[in-house]
Structures are given as structure tokens and as C-alpha cells.
Design a protein around this ligand. Structure first.
Ligand code: CA
Length: 222
């Protein structure tokens, strides 16, 4: 049987249409970002402890937990590099927001840190670091954040009234600040610690320094 030229035309047309559809679909696919998810807003850092210039063009937020071993490592390995490259020169302001993924001890550590921040904001980062330093490198799940421990750390800091600190922890005086942090954690759907946001971009891997730098440069418009 002779093939109808009409049928060949139809087949060719269908093939061309299929190719066009495939091209359109491919072109409209959003490119996979290596940086992670983009939110509509940058987290508000009002009332949060910060490092760097308040007028810095870019904000980096760490969602961290004093009980989390990866947060300790991040603070030792990544933060000093960020300070050197972007915070000290006024390009980035850095803020820390408490996450309570490890329960009661996370809450206690957060309450203590918020109390120190309220008493003497300039001493906050010293306390923050000292608290992470106390995190055991092995068996970090064992109980180590206690009221006595926070008191012991603060005793070495002359700007902090330790009795006031203990009272603030016992009375949960700064619970409103801890609650505020928890609502940011839920607003920005934080699922792991540390989670790092550069302005409104959640970095996929917080230990990928190049990705952090790329996000900073994009935020700076460079
Ligand atoms: Ca806070």
C-alpha cells in the first residue's frame, strides 16, 4: 500500500510540535540553585546579638543550638573566616538566633545567653564562645548545660552579675526572647542546625564557604 503524503506531513508536524514543547518546558525550568531556598524576607534581627556594623549592606543569620556539635564546629571553623573576610570590614552584619532542637538544655543555654546579652551586650559573644567551648567533644548528648555551669562560665566575666544571671534563668525572665527566636525558627522552616541565611537565602550546606561567599557577593550586587 502506498503511504499517503498527508500522513507523512501529519507525522512530521507532530514531531516538530513535540520538539517545540520539549524546548519550551526545558527553557522554563527554574535553574537549580546551589545556594538553597530563597525566602521573601530576611529574618528580622531586632533585639538579637550581632557582630559587625549595624549599617552593613548584608545580614547573615545563624540559627544555632548550644547543644549541637556541628554548631560548635561552625563557630570554630567558619565564623572566624567570615569575620575576617566580611564582618570586620563592614560588609556583613552577623546575628545569632537560638534553636531549641535539644530540648531542656537548649532552653537553659538560650535563657542564660539571652540574660547575659540583656545585662551586658558587649559580653554576649564571649559568653557564647565560652558556652560552646564547654560542649564536650565526645558524648555531647550527655547533660552538660546546667545552671551551675552557666554560672561558672559567667563568674570569669566581671561585667556579668552572676546572681542576677541565676535569678533570670530561674525566673525565665528572658523567655519572651527565646520564644521570639523559636517563632523565627518556625517562620524560616529551620530543620537543621546550624542553618545559615545570607539575607533571604538559606544556604544549602552551611559548611560550604564558597556558597556563602557566592550568596554574599550576589547580595552585594557583585
Ligand atoms: Ca535571641
Amino acid at each position: 500500500m502506498k503511504k499517503s503524503p498527508f500522513r507523512i506531513v501529519v507525522i512530521i508536524t507532530l514531531i516538530i510540535v513535540a520538539i517545540i514543547i520539549a524546548l519550551v518546558v526545558l527553557a522554563n525550568r527554574t535553574p537549580e540553585s546551589t545556594l538553597g531556598r530563597t525566602f521573601d524576607e530576611t529574618p528580622s534581627i531586632e533585639g538579637q546579638p550581632t557582630l559587625g556594623d549595624a549599617d552593613a549592606p548584608v545580614t547573615i543569620v545563624e540559627f544555632g543550638d548550644f547543644k549541637c556539635p556541628a554548631c560548635k564546629v561552625w563557630g570554630e571553623d567558619i565564623l572566624p573566616q567570615l569575620e575576617k573576610d566580611y564582618i570586620d570590614n563592614g560588609k556583613v552584619q552577623f546575628a545569632y538566633i537560638n534553636v531549641l532542637f535539644h530540648g531542656e538544655e537548649s532552653r537553659l543555654a538560650s535563657l542564660a545567653a539571652e540574660s547575659v546579652y540583656q545585662q551586658h551586650p558587649e559580653t554576649y559573644w564571649e559568653f557564647h564562645k565560652a558556652l560552646f567551648d564547654e560542649q564536650p567533644s565526645e558524648n555531647h548528648d550527655s547533660q552538660w548545660v546546667t545552671e551551675e555551669k552557666t554560672r561558672e562560665i559567667a563568674e570569669g566575666m566581671e561585667t556579668i552579675d552572676t546572681d542576677e544571671l541565676t535569678k533570670a534563668i530561674e525566673n525565665k525572665t528572658l523567655m519572651n526572647e527565646v520564644d521570639k527566636d523559636e517563632s523565627l525558627v518556625s517562620d524560616f522552616e529551620v530543620e537543621m542546625t546550624p542553618s545559615i541565611m545570607v539575607d533571604n537565602v538559606m544556604i544549602e550546606d552551611p559548611f560550604d564557604y564558597e556558597a556563602i561567599e557566592q550568596a554574599i557577593n550576589e547580595a552585594l550586587g557583585e
